[in-house]
Design a protein around this ligand. Structure first.
Ligand SMILES: Nc1ncnc2c1ncn2[C@@H]1O[C@H](COP(=O)(O)OP(=O)(O)OP(=O)(O)O)[C@@H](O)[C@H]1O
Ligand SMILES: Nc1ncnc2c1ncn2[C@@H]1O[C@H](COP(=O)(O)OP(=O)(O)OP(=O)(O)O)[C@@H](O)[C@H]1O
Ligand SMILES: [Mg+2]
Ligand SMILES: [Mg+2]
Lengths: 253, 253
């Protein structure tokens, strides 16, 4: 039975995509069967794995809106045991199309049903908003991974995000929990980073991952090569941190 | 008659809020009358100016959804000639509420009408999505400022954004143009930054601002003090770049 994690935070650019792609690769290399689901119309997780989103004939859009079984949109990546449900810009219109549909919040959960037994981990990359795409991910997930940039503005939206998670738990998915808060882009050049970490740790004492992801330029370069960090720069500080995070997640099961 | 600029890019964390707040302050200090409009439910522009979004009785939500005149939601900031229409988390539900409204794309444009003569510049900070809130901003704007982080993933969504701008121009706002593409968070430690700048310049030869904003840790610290960069760290590289940008914008009028 697979664990389904959604990486969510409506604050933009906090490392949601980088986290899903990076830990996905390390989990797959540790013999776990992993499925990445890209439900962001920007399709950054798709392109971070070297897949041309404009060349795709089918994507998550066809499953969420058209009801096509996910087995038909699923694709292999260069890494063994790491499969992907790609996204395309066509998904941008999905939120408005979903509004009028029956059981609109459960479309992803229903689509994922038949696949759950084939994977150990299903990781869902969310767009930077709390609209129906993210709600679909939260309704389908067992737990949420919340990347938080070690900067002031990133803390601001946390209360709103936790409120939305609670609403989903009460109304759509009673078993939804928080896997952990992941501190990202920790920059040693500013004391603000440590202040943010301390503040988040004090508010959520046992919910913050031990692993902290440093700001590391190799992580911002990897997507331009279409490779996860473990393939692009395996000895970088960014790679080491995400490998440690993958291990922390596996040890917690 | 005022110039209305929207800073838009569905890619998250590229510097939309930082740009609006930073140039807003420099334009106000150069004797221009400036109005900032925060239509992001995260309300980052509001808090970057030291305003507690949870303490507000009225916000852009009341004008967009409730029809309250903007004169009633408008507030002064610590800086002379820099006024703000604040946002609050209540705005998160606005996109779904707007879907069923008459002339839903024009609510902001209609609300801004009576204020246009009172300001030289109206700057609108958009959320990281291409939903009805951003569409409202594009329908109300004269031109769009597009911040682009000097990283690979930030270039990815550009085609989609330009397509949306074109749709708005054809269907909602025939005079909508592009003020400029602003390269942000330029990190001298990676060759990728220059490659992104060169690539964007080659695709849009006369649309990229001369001014490039460097990655500068003072810019990420300023919001935690509730101050624009010109007040928090006026001699920093970040402040100098945004001052130069404000000058470039004023010289182009
Ligand atoms: N630890 C890090 N150090 C340096 N750069 C990073 C780090 N993590 C991510 N990045 C880069 O920062 C940018 C934002 O990261 P990413 O796209 O993963 O965030 P996101 O939350 O998925 O953004 P969005 O809200 O747009 O979906 C990307 O260009 C990425 O390559
Ligand atoms: N040039 C810069 N150098 C370093 N940090 C920066 C710079 N510009 C912005 N920042 C910081 O990076 C983060 C993202 O910037 P900002 O919030 O302005 O982006 P945004 O596009 O408005 O994000 P969102 O998509 O969530 O609205 C913030 O913490 C901000 O303080
Ligand atoms: Mg992303
Ligand atoms: Mg912003």
């Amino acid at each position: 039975m697979s664990r389904v994690y959604a990486t969510a935070n409506q604050k933009g650019g906090v490392g949601k995509t980088t986290t899903v792609v990076s830990i996905g690769a390390y989990l797959a290399s540790a013999e776990r069967r992993v499925l990445l689901v890209d439900i962001d119309p920007q399709a950054n997780a798709t392109s971070s794995l070297g897949i041309d989103k404009h060349g795709l004939r089918r994507s998550i859009y066809d499953s969420l809106i058209g009801g096509l079984p996910l087995q038909r949109t699923l694709m292999l990546t260069k890494r063994l045991r790491l499969d992907l449900i790609p996204s395309t810009p066509a998904l941008a219109g999905a939120e408005i199309e979903l509004v009028g549909m029956m059981a609109r919040e459960y479309r992803l959960k229903q689509a994922l049903g038949p696949l759950r037994d084939r994977y150990d981990y299903i990781l869902i990359d969310c767009p930077p908003s709390l609209g129906l795409l993210t709600i679909n991910a939260l309704a389908a997930a067992d737990e949420v991974i919340i990347p938080i940039q070690c900067e002031y503005l990133s803390m601001e939206g946390l209360a709103q995000l936790l409120h939305t998670i609670e609403l989903v738990r009460v109304n759509l998915n009673p078993r939804l929990g928080i896997k952990g808060l992941l501190m990202t882009m920790y920059d040693v050049r500013t004391t603000l980073a440590q202040q943010v970490v301390d503040e988040v740790r004090s508010h959520f004492p046992d919910k913050v991952f031990q692993t902290i992801i440093p700001r590391n330029v190799r992580l911002s370069e990897a997507p331009s090569y279409g490779e996860p960090i473990m393939d692009y720069a395996p000895r970088s500080a960014g790679a080491a941190a995400y490998q440690e995070l993958a291990r922390e997640i596996m040890n917690s099961e």
